[in-house]
Write a protein that binds this ligand. Structure first.
Ligand code: WTA
Length: 657
């Protein structure tokens, strides 16, 4: 890790804001002092200024039931009304909310008035089919406007959405549906990806047909609402399956949004943890929307009347929830929504879109930037990117080389880059510089946003001095923090609060540099970060051992130039089950097995069939040492191992000796 830090520190250039930027900046320097003087009053002001309250709140924070916080809890609001109706009522109904571009190049535009009308009808469809406040609805969709419309419609009626990324398998979808006991699934026949339609409805059918517990218990799903997108053939279960367009046409156009308590659940989003089972992270309404809107406006310097904002995340991830759906719409922004991938049908597709829609703010992930770097600057240079004025980064640390490239090639040498650290659990950005105020430092996420109390401590809770690494914790509750793990309050406490009492343990290592800027050093637990997506070593291990050929497995994340980390698995096979299968066939079969069980993102990039795994005397697998091996590094301390030859054998195997 120290080698990594040295590399990062080699970039010494600093980037102060330009006078022109400062003159028009949304965030003013006083904001830090204001938040510091009275943190709770600061957040209360943001909540009042940024949102419409059906019933104003008088209490800001109630931490008496820690670690479950209540923010603004005697107030009432409707999240969808905040994202839609109020902009129309304020005279901005004709402003474009969404420019949508499908992968084949088809397009659609929704003004705020049009989006509001769609969401009202969709809300009536949900009500027609029995959805009430508090009910759960699953979403399994491509990046089409209906995904946004469905999320907002669910929020509008006070129901709770659980969006499952469209790349997840039928098994993953089913376990999430079961955990949340969803009554409806909203999906599409298929979506477009890399020049082809990928079917979604058949995966939903498989998920609902499957019987994971073996008890024959049917799923809780009563209806499947299907958007026509891919035009692929689908099978139809009469009574259960409903076409979205037919249902929307069948209901009333008017729907009045009611206020719900600020702590009313808004969504559940499953994310990988350190054990096999994904956690359903629960977010609620008022605090979540406040911090989402605040960070979006200030970190990206949003001028809603003139900016065209584009966040490239899929709505299946937290970045898509907060910075594609809720924050931009709450702030009345105009944004681009894109269904496709960066390189289809040609490697300049993103840059073509930026030129076409005159995108001014781009928010994406380092893994994408590094892929573009590999292809070369001649591709973006073919397009006019002069509209770009602010750039954002999220998902993993942005290495200084990628930072400089992003700044020079995409940002024309002038656009500030905001590296934003946060998590599914934090709901919204926690650490980021503010453009127009901060001097930017490539590689560092820099400072907590105003109103956030961050500390870097050691294992014993002692605050670390500058220049020495430690664990990142959040010392005080924040508005958009998770309110729990769905159905599992104990796991919520154990995972985040057991280690340091009232301080939230994020699971990331970090250090302050000599200026007091924060550098993120990666996860300190068994969570991997592949292309900015969180994967759990335990989840992939349990998928591998669920295959009858596998006796034991160990999974590690190995450093990867483009994707940050890649999944590497070490597997012991049961001799009784291999027969005359070749090792290559077994590896191919296991890669497919993981992909089928969890989803293609979890497919190991390398699998090594080994005879034994390195273990401590107490029987614990030493993943840290396997990671050294997978990364071709010198192997760390092996003193606690029962048998060091095991590791030497594996190491020779990985080197290909
Ligand atoms: C990592 C994504 C360094 C971190 C919003 C965190 C980052 C995990 C950054 C959360 C960043 C995210 N710099 N590391 N700017 N952003 N991470 O829940 O390890 O998908 O704990 O949320 O990604 O991933 P999640």
């Amino acid at each position: 890790m120290s080698e990594q830090i040295d590399n990062l520190l080699h970039e010494v250039r600093r980037f102060p804001p330009s006078a022109e930027f400062v003159a028009n900046a949304v965030a003013q320097p006083e904001i830090y002092a204001e938040a510091k003087a009275d943190r709770l009053a600061f957040w209360a002001t943001q909540a009042r200024e940024l949102l419409h309250w059906h019933k104003p709140f008088t209490r800001t924070l109630d931490w008496s039931e820690a670690p479950v916080a209540k923010w603004f809890d005697d107030g009432e609001l409707n999240v969808a009304y905040n994202c839609l109706d109020r902009h129309v009522l304020a005279g901005n109904g004709d402003r474009v909310a969404l420019y949508w571009e499908g992968e084949p190049g088809d397009t659609a535009t929704f003004t705020y008035a049009e989006l509001t009308a769609e969401v009202k009808r969709a809300a009536n469809v949900l009500i027609k089919h029995g959805i009430e406040s508090g009910d759960r609805v699953a979403i399994y969709m491509p990046m089409i406007p209906e995904a946004v419309i469905a999320m907002l419609a669910i929020a509008r009626v006070g129901a709770v959405h659980s969006v499952v990324f469209g790349g997840f398998s039928a098994d993953s979808l089913r376990s999430r549906i079961d955990d949340a006991q969803a009554k409806i699934v909203v999906t599409a026949d298929g979506g477009w990806r890399k020049g082809k339609v990928f079917p979604l409805k058949p995966t939903v059918d498989a998920a609902l047909a499957a019987d994971p517990t073996g008890t024959g218990a049917p799923s809780t799903v009563e209806h499947v609402l299907v958007v026509k997108r891919g035009d692929n053939d689908v099978t139809w279960k009469a009574g259960r399956d409903l076409w979205w367009h037919e249902e929307l046409a069948s209901v009333d156009a008017e729907h009045v949004a009611l206020g719900f308590p600020a702590e009313h659940p808004l969504f559940i989003l499953y994310t990988s943890g350190t054990t096999g089972r994904p956690k359903g992270i629960l977010h609620t309404s008022g605090g979540y929307l406040t911090q989402s809107a605040f960070t979006h406006k200030n970190v990206f310097d949003l001028h809603p009347e003139s900016d065209v904002y584009w966040c490239t995340a899929d709505v299946g991830w937290i970045t898509g929830h907060t910075y594609v759906v809720y924050a931009p719409l709450a702030n009345g922004a105009t944004q681009l929504l894109f269904e496709g991938t960066p390189d289809s049908p040609h490697p300049g597709r993103w840059w073509e879109l930026i030129e076409k829609y005159k995108v001014t703010i781009l928010y994406t992930a380092p893994t994408a930037i590094r892929s573009f770097m590999k292809l070369g600057r001649q591709i973006p240079e073919k397009f006019d990117l002069s509209s770009i004025r602010v750039l954002g980064s999220v998902g993993e640390p942005i290495n200084p080389e990628a930072w400089i490239w992003y700044h020079d090639v995409i940002g024309g040498g002038k656009a500030p880059i905001l590296d934003t650290w946060w998590q599914t659990e934090t709901g919204a950005i926690m650490v980021a510089a503010l453009p127009g105020i901060s001097t930017l430092k490539p590689g560092s996420a820099q400072v907590p946003i105003p109103g956030i109390d961050l500390e870097i401590i050691d294992e014993h809770g002692v605050i670390q001095p500058h220049n020495s690494g430690g664990l990142l914790v959040i010392a005080e509750p924040w508005p958009s923090m998770l309110r729990g793990i769905w159905g599992d309050p104990e796991r919520f406490k154990e995972t985040y609060w057991e280690k340091f009492g009232a301080k939230y343990f994020a699971g990331d290592g970090a250090r302050y540099d000599h200026d007091g800027d924060v550098w993120l050093l990666g996860r300190v637990d068994d969570v991997m970060n592949v292309s900015g997506h969180r994967l759990s070593t335990a989840e992939i291990e349990s998928s591998l051992v669920s295959n009858q050929m596998v006796a034991e497995s160990a999974v590690v994340g190995a450093a990867d130039e483009t994707t940050g980390q890649s999944v590497v698995a070490f597997v012991i096979l049961k001799s009784s089950h291999i027969g005359d299968m070749s090792e290559a066939d077994a590896v191919a079969l296991l890669r497919k097995h993981v992909s089928d069980q969890i989803g293609a993102i979890a497919r190991p990039s390398r699998i090594y069939i080994v005879a034994e795994l390195p273990k401590t005397r107490s029987g614990k697998i030493m993943r840290r040492l396997l990671q050294d091996v997978a990364e071709g590094r010198e192997i760390g301390d092996t003193q606690t191992l029962t048998d060091t030859t095991v590791l030497q054998t594996i190491s020779a195997q990985v080197r290909g000796d």
